[in-house]
Structures are given as structure tokens and as C-alpha cells.
Ligand binder design. Structure first.
Ligand code: ZN
Length: 66
């Protein structure tokens, strides 16, 4: 039983560090996010958050529909 607890704690520590290293990776990627200009209001937004419609980027659904 003690061995099981030790294994669980060891796994928790391993999981914590593994999870932390995984979470650190997207942060590095955020520095390289491409900024695109909204075709409607000319606001710059991250390309992964932009709405693409008819080959153009929009900052929001409202801009995309205008
Ligand atoms: Zn816009």
C-alpha cells in the first residue's frame, strides 16, 4: 500500500512538471503570433483569433457581417 502511495506521489510530481513544460510551450509561440488587420475597422488582431471570411480577416463577427 505504501508503494502505491509513493507511486501516486511520484506520478503527481512527474505530471506537474510535464504539464508545466507543456504549458510553457504555447507562451513561446504567442510571441510569434502573426498580427492581421481587420478589413472592416482596421484593428490589428492575432491571426488565430481573427475571423476569416472570403479570404479577408475580421476582428469580430460584427465586422465580418458589415
Ligand atoms: Zn473589425
Amino acid at each position: 500500500m505504501k508503494l502505491l502511495v509513493f507511486a501516486a506521489v511520484g506520478y503527481a510530481i512527474y505530471y506537474f512538471f510535464f504539464r508545466k513544460s507543456v504549458l510553457d510551450q504555447p507562451k513561446k509561440g504567442n510571441d510569434e503570433v502573426t498580427m492581421v488587420e481587420c478589413s472592416s475597422c482596421k484593428t490589428y488582431i492575432a491571426s488565430d483569433e481573427a475571423i476569416v471570411k472570403a479570404g479577408k480577416y475580421y476582428c469580430s463577427q460584427a465586422c465580418a457581417e458589415s
